[in-house]
Structures are given as structure tokens and as C-alpha cells.
Design a protein. Structure first.
Length: 545
């Protein structure tokens, strides 16, 4: 979040904490979509999503007096939302009759996945990824709800770690494990969509009840690994973070907003008078804490659930109709999806996996900045930090005049073509920059060192991300290589066989393209590591202090 937006948010929090009803309403309206996406994706299909969202917002408003730093309201609110999600699952598992009510927990056709696909008009591998989230276990769905928003640029890795009450390093490990489960789930979606379906798989599914579960995800994924007919389903999977980059938030229903505003209308902001308030740093609140009596539900929990289920089913009818018109609902098992076809097209076109870009930050900005690209890719902090993904906004960089080149990699196109993968990538970058009116970047040996080290590390430790398993982000790696930067950016990719192919993939991605055409960058480093499963490509851009 930019410095200006942080100040505006803090001022709104202070006014709301002081009892200003307009500020309270504005705070609810501004942050309800974020909470709705966190809770909705974590509790996908639950009839209690709206209840948990409302409880989260009311709990936050009631505890504003305990928030020591208004600037941290967003991370504090997300932490409260995750605590409410965990409390919900705890209550559901321990409540009497939970087994009998299990069939009523979800409304097929009106769940958050369907809302995501319809509202955001997802297609291809993005749609496939959204559908695959149904197969994750509750803990992984909770993590996914935060990581999805990180990829979309709505949260930073620091905020994700705080909401999980984990270190950035532990968070990185958890994310990697969740991504592996999500990838397996995407293959499951492809296997069930395949027409004609594998005969051996069809036989194995004879006892399946049609509901997604971790057990059947493992069984189907294991079959796909060992089956000659299905093994190709693992190919052509674009990294989920690249697919999620720049996606908008799913809008909350007007009825939910009205409900929260109505419930919060007459409440007094009394800080922690009635229960332990979340701390400003961690945002924790115990599962046992409750609401003031004045905000209690007018009916019992079961009655409220029945009313909400009836309302959601009414809305769900329209969602189901829209989904069927768009190509069918996965659990109806009647229409093939589009993920496999897109994957095949990508392989044919030579455009394999591409990850999201990390648009460049500006050192003079004391807070995270936004990406200038339409994809709203997350950006990095201006100084080396353990916070790997601050949110999306970058300070517009002035276009510098073209300056003399320093290496052969940025020579005019009329001269001999450069040789070597690194030199070719640099030349292609400068060709694109010249067409966009930017000055050329010069190859820097320190940036080359940082880029190559990251490409080799991604292969050695089997990850694909801008943040390595130790929690180090690009800025930290570039600094460790000896490059003293005032701004930097990074692009990564995997699987493209030639400099031309990887550049085509990057230029077709808004976030990567924004880095390549950022006129404020002066230097570039390229690292290409060739090995089985690769190559792995890394571009590091920078401007020295």
C-alpha cells in the first residue's frame, strides 16, 4: 500500500475509533471485500461464510481501541479474519450433531468457487485452478485464501505470515507444500474433465460419491502419475501464481454489506472492555471470545443457518445457470473443461510456464508500492527486508534520456547479432525498450551473479518463486551479490528453450512486460540454468544508488 493510501486508511481508522459513524461505515465498505475473499475462499461452500465475515468486521470495529498503530489496520484485520475461520472450524468439529449436519455445510452451485468463476469470468487454466481449490483440505484452503490475495497484490508476504502466526521462512515452506497440493488438484480436475475419460480411472471411481476430498485427490493424482494415458495431464501446467496475478476481488453481495452496516450502526467502540482484544502486532483473538449481548443473533444458530441457506440457494440458482451456460459445473460431470486444451496449445506454441513478475520498487518510498502494470503484480520494498511481497503500486518512473551503451549486448541491431543466451536476452530486452522509447539497460556482472544463483537455486531446491525457501527476496539476493541498488525488479520463467521463447512469454505477461519496459532501470542481469525439467530463467533489473 502506498504511503498516501496508508495515511488515508490510518486517518479513517482514527476517526472510526473516535466514534464517527460515517468513518465506521466507510471503513466497513472499504475492507469488507478483502475480508469476504479471505473467509469465502477459506470456507468455500459453507453456509456460514456471511456469518463469519460479519463477525470479523464487528469484532474488528469493537476492538479498534486496542489497535496501537492505525497504519497496521489491514494486517490486523486479516489476522482477525483467519482467527475467526479457525474458530469456525473448531466449533464445527466439536459441535454436537456436526456429522448429521455435514450435508448442509455446502450448497453445490452457490459456493465461492462458482462465484469466483462467474464474477471474474475465468477461463482456461485460471478456471481450472479455481475449480481445483475445492479439493484442498481446510488448512490448505485457509493458506490459499491468503496466498491468492498475495499473488493478486492485495496482501504482502509479511501480512500473510502474521495472519498465519508464522515466520516468513515457515510461511514460505507452507506455501510451497500447499502449491504442490494445488497442482495435484489441477491434474485431478483435468483427469475428470478428459473426454473420453481413462477407462482404468473410470473403474477406480466406481465408489466415489462425486464430492471432492483429500483422499480422492491423492488417489486420482496417484493414478495420473502411473497411468500412461493420464501422465500427460501433468504437462503444461502454468504456475498458479502467474495465473492469479492481477485478479480482482470477488465482490461481496449488497445484502451482506447492508447487514454489516446495520449491525455496526449503533455499537460503541469500547476497545477490549468485553473481551481480550487482538494485539496490533499479531491480531490474535481467542476462539472463546464472544460478542456483546446487544449484537447477538435474534434467532438460534441453526435457524440463522437455514435462513442463510435458503437465501444462498435462491442466489445460487442464478449462479448455476450462469456456470452451465459458460461450460458446465465440474461436479455434474457432463462437460469437459478447457484447461487441458489450453495446456496443449501452450506447449504447441512454445510458451510454457511463466511466473508473476516482481515490479520494481523505489527506494525513496518508505512503504510498499504498486505495480504500474494492469496485472497489479506485487512489488518489493525499497530496502532489503524479510517482507517478500509488499502490495501493488510503484511510483511512476521518469523516462530517462537514451544514454551511451556500455556492453555489446545493447549494440544497434545493424551490428552482428550477439551470441550466448544471456547476450541474446539482453539484446531482445533493449530492442523492446527502444520500441517503447526507453533507454537501453547495460549488462551488469553482479546482477548476472544474482540472477544465475537464483535460477540454479530454484532447480536445486525444487521451488519456483521470487522468494526462496529461506525467505530471501530478490532485493536481498541482489544486495548479497554486491549490487547497491536504489530500485530493482525481477522476472522468472521455467521451461522455455530459447531466449526468443522466454522473451515472448514475458512480453505477453503484463507484470513481466512492465519490468522490461520500466525506463527507470539502468542495468540488467540474466541467469539461465539448463538441466532436466528446465531451463530456469531469471532477469534482474536494477539502478544503482
Amino acid at each position: 500500500m502506498s504511503t498516501e493510501r496508508t495515511r488515508e486508511s490510518a486517518a479513517l481508522v482514527i476517526a472510526a475509533r473516535g466514534g464517527d459513524p460515517e468513518a465506521q461505515d466507510a471503513l466497513v465498505s472499504a475492507y469488507l471485500p478483502l475480508v469476504y475473499n479471505v473467509v469465502g475462499r477459506a470456507l468455500n461452500g459453507s453456509v456460514d461464510v456471511d456469518d463469519v465475515v460479519q463477525d470479523t468486521m464487528l469484532r474488528a470495529l469493537d476492538a479498534l481501541g486496542a489497535l496501537r498503530t492505525p497504519e497496521s489496520f489491514r494486517s490486523w484485520l486479516v489476522a482477525i479474519a483467519m482467527n475467526q475461520v479457525r474458530a469456525h472450524w473448531h466449533d464445527r468439529q466439536s459441535a454436537p450433531g456436526a456429522v448429521e449436519e455435514a450435508e448442509e455445510l455446502a450448497d453445490p452451485g452457490a459456493d465461492f468457487v462458482d462465484l469466483t468463476m462467474v464474477q471474474l469470468q475465468l477461463s482456461g487454466q485460471r478456471r481450472e485452478t479455481a475449480r481445483a481449490t475445492r479439493w484442498l483440505e481446510p488448512d490448505d484452503r485457509g493458506l490459499l485464501s491468503l496466498w491468492w490475495l498475495e499473488c493478486a497484490g492485495e496482501l504482502t508476504r509479511t501480512e500473510v505470515a502474521e495472519a498465519l502466526e508464522l515466520s516468513p521462512q515457515h510461511t514460505a515452506v507452507r506455501v510451497q507444500r500447499m502449491k504442490a497440493q494445488l497442482e495435484a488438484a489441477r491434474v485431478v480436475v483435468r483427469a475428470l474433465d478428459a473426454r473420453p475419460r481413462c477407462g482404468e480411472l473410470q473403474g477406480a471411481l466406481a465408489s466415489w460419491d462425486g464430492r471432492p476430498s483429500a483422499l480422492w485427490r491423492k488417489r486420482i493424482a496417484r493414478h495420473a502419475r502411473g497411468c500412461g494415458h493420464c501422465s500427460g495431464l501433468w504437462s503444461g501446467l502454468m504456475p498458479a501464481e502467474g495465473l492469479l496475478a492481477g485478479l480482482a476481488l470477488v465482490a461481496a453481495t449488497p445484502a451482506l454489506l447492508d447487514s454489516v452496516l446495520s449491525a455496526s450502526g449503533g455499537m460503541a467502540l469500547a476497545g477490549s472492555a468485553s473481551r481480550p482484544a487482538p494485539s496490533a502486532g499479531r491480531g490474535t483473538s481467542g476462539p472463546g471470545s464472544g460478542h456483546h449481548g446487544g449484537r447477538g443473533r435474534a434467532a438460534s444458530r441453526s435457524e440463522a443457518r437455514r435462513r442463510r441457506r435458503n437465501r444462498r440457494r435462491a442466489v445460487g440458482g442464478a449462479v448455476v445457470a450462469a456456470c452451465v451456460a459458460g461450460g458446465g459445473l465440474w461436479y455434474l460431470d457432463t462437460e469437459p473443461g478447457t484447461g487441458t486444451e489450453e495446456a496443449a496449445a501452450s506447449r504447441t506454441a512454445g510458451a510454457p510456464a511463466v511466473d508473476l513478475a516482481e515490479p520494481s520498487p523505489v527506494k525513496t518510498s518508505p512503504s510498499p508500492s504498486k505495480s504500474p502494470s494492469p496485472s497489479a503484480s506485487p512489488s518489493k520494498k525499497a530496502t532489503p527486508s524479510k517482507s517478500p511481497r509488499p502490495t501493488k503500486k510503484s511510483v511512476p518512473a521518469p523516462r530517462p534520456p537514451t544514454r551511451p551503451t556500455r556492453t555489446a549486448s545493447s549494440t544497434p541491431q545493424t551490428q552482428a547479432a550477439p551470441t550466448g543466451d544471456v547476450a541474446q536476452v539482453v539484446a531482445l530486452v533493449n530492442k523492446e525498450r527502444s520500441a517503447a522509447g526507453c533507454g537501453p539497460v547495460s549488462e551488469d556482472p553482479l546482477l548476472n551473479k544474482a540472477a544465475l544463483g537464483h535460477s540454479e537455486d530454484m532447480d536445486a531446491r525444487d521451488f519456483f518463486d521470487h522468494t526462496n525457501p529461506d525467505g530471501a527476496d530478490p532485493g536481498q539476493r541482489i544486495t548479497a551479490a554486491g549490487y547497491t541498488w536504489s530500485t530493482y525488479g525481477e522476472n522468472i520463467a521455467m521451461g522455455q528453450q530459447t531466449p526468443e521463447a522466454v522473451m515472448e512469454s514475458w512480453m505477453n505477461s503484463p507484470g513481466h512486460r512492465a519490468n522490461i519496459l520500466n525506463c527507470s532501470f539502468k542495468d540488467i542481469g540474466v541467469g539461465v540454468h539448463k538441466a532436466s525439467g528446465g531451463p530456469w530463467w531469471t532477469q534482474n533489473f536494477g539502478t544503482k544508488q
